[in-house]
Design a protein around this ligand. Structure first.
Ligand code: GLA
Length: 380
């Protein structure tokens, strides 16, 4: 069996835009767009069908059944189509007795459902937490589904979604999940995005290869449309900040916008090569929060090949001027090295320096640099 989630999982999920209103044609079209419009080649692999795909009741043998009106050819057909596009197939269930939208869920049906998913060619299971019986043990039920998936005979990435209940960063990796939702549901405005960002800023240490901190699906490019769309939706800078934060912190990148309609500027943002390279850095180290100051936050993150990233996030509405001394990043002036910096978003380079960096960060924006050590001729 393969080792899954070596780097943060990337894909598309139906919930943010479509909510309960999903169907076969839309899912197949999304797979087409992912293959044809550069998403697959940028690294997005999973096409995930969220809640509301099944009938309201199991069949006489206790099996989950796809709603034949929404998915007339059944789920194996959908999986085959997605695989034919060089993509992977994701589905959804829940650890409770019903899904959040009230459909049958996998409590006490873990092995039976895992076998159904495997028989449909499923490669990814998002596993929610609604209607979870108060007498049951949450950690044990996630362990049970992790085992059921492993016993199913198929490599199925386990995306555990319990919204941060019982501090999943302390145990989801151990029970076998490949990513764990650490937050409640995102909606498409900056209040929601920045609330999620704040809630996780000091909480990335467990985020590493094999199991990643999932801050929920991206709203980038939704532009107010769709199920979690809002009138006060993010503007370009705010979407860029969301995408950059998810990339900087090595969070899973699950897109939620209708990819058939996303504008060119957001398609370009979602496929930003250098931000995705940062997200997928093979060393998979979590970020370190250096300082929170007057409304902005400074992080570093070690990367492969001796490089590191510097992130300055300003969640305030007003601009901030940040002075970052290299000493606070662990590189004092007498270190005998300078830092060569590249702006990850714009591609601009800054000549090697050894003292500090002044950055002006507009409201709701960020600056991200990739830093490389350069030997300083002048020694102390
Ligand atoms: C919960 C999850 C969401 C989505 C819905 C579906 O709210 O957190 O991501 O899956 O259920 O009903």
């Amino acid at each position: 069996m393969a080792i899954l989630a070596k780097t943060p999982p990337m894909g598309f999920n139906t919930w943010n835009t479509f909510g309960p209103d999903i169907n076969e044609q839309m899912v197949l079209e999304m797979a087409d767009v992912m293959a044809e419009k550069g998403y697959r080649d940028a690294g997005y692999k999973y096409v995930v069908i969220d809640d509301c795909w099944s009938l309201r009741e199991r069949d006489e043998n206790g099996n989950l059944v796809a709603d034949p009106e929404k998915f007339p050819h059944g789920m194996k057909y959908v999986g085959d189509y997605i695989h034919g596009k060089g993509l992977k197939f994701g589905m959804y269930s829940c650890a409770g007795i019903r899904t959040c939208a009230g459909y049958p869920a996998s409590f006490d049906h873990e092995y039976q459902d895992a076998r159904s998913f495997a028989s449909w060619g499923v490669d990814f299971l998002k596993y929610d937490f609604c209607y979870f019986p108060s007498f049951a043990n949450c950690q044990h039920r996630y362990l049970t589904m992790a085992q059921a998936l492993r016993a199913s005979g198929r490599d199925i990435l386990f995306s555990a979604c319990n919204w941060g209940v019982q501090e999943p960063w302390n145990w989801m990796r151990s029970v076998g999940a490949h990513m764990y939702r650490s937050t409640g549901d995102i909606v498409d405005n900056f209040a929601s995005t920045s609330h999620i960002m704040h809630s996780q800023m000091g909480n990335f240490n467990a985020n590493a290869s094999g199991c990643f901190n999932d801050m929920d699906m991206l709203t980038v490019g939704m532009a107010g449309q769709g199920f979690v769309g809002r009138e006060d939706c993010n503007n370009y800078a705010e979407y860029e900040t969301q995408f950059a934060f998810w990339c900087f912190t090595a969070a899973p990148l699950m897109m939620g916008a209708d990819l058939r309609k996303v504008s060119e500027e957001y398609r370009t943002l979602l496929q930003h090569k250098e931000l995705i390279r940062l997200n997928q850095d093979p060393e998979c180290r979590p970020p370190y929060k250096v300082r929170e100051d007057n409304g902005y936050t400074v992080f570093i993150r070690h990367l492969a090949d001796g490089e590191f990233a510097i992130g300055v996030f300003n969640l305030h509405q007003d601009p901030r001027h940040a002075e970052i001394t290299f000493a606070e990043l662990g590189v004092p002036v007498n270190a005998g090295v300078k830092l060569a910096l590249t702006d990850v978003i714009t591609g601009e380079t800054i000549a090697p320096k050894k003292d500090d960096l002044f950055v002006a960060v507009p409201g709701h924006s960020c600056k991200i640099y990739r830093a490389r050590f350069v030997r300083d001729r002048k020694r102390y």
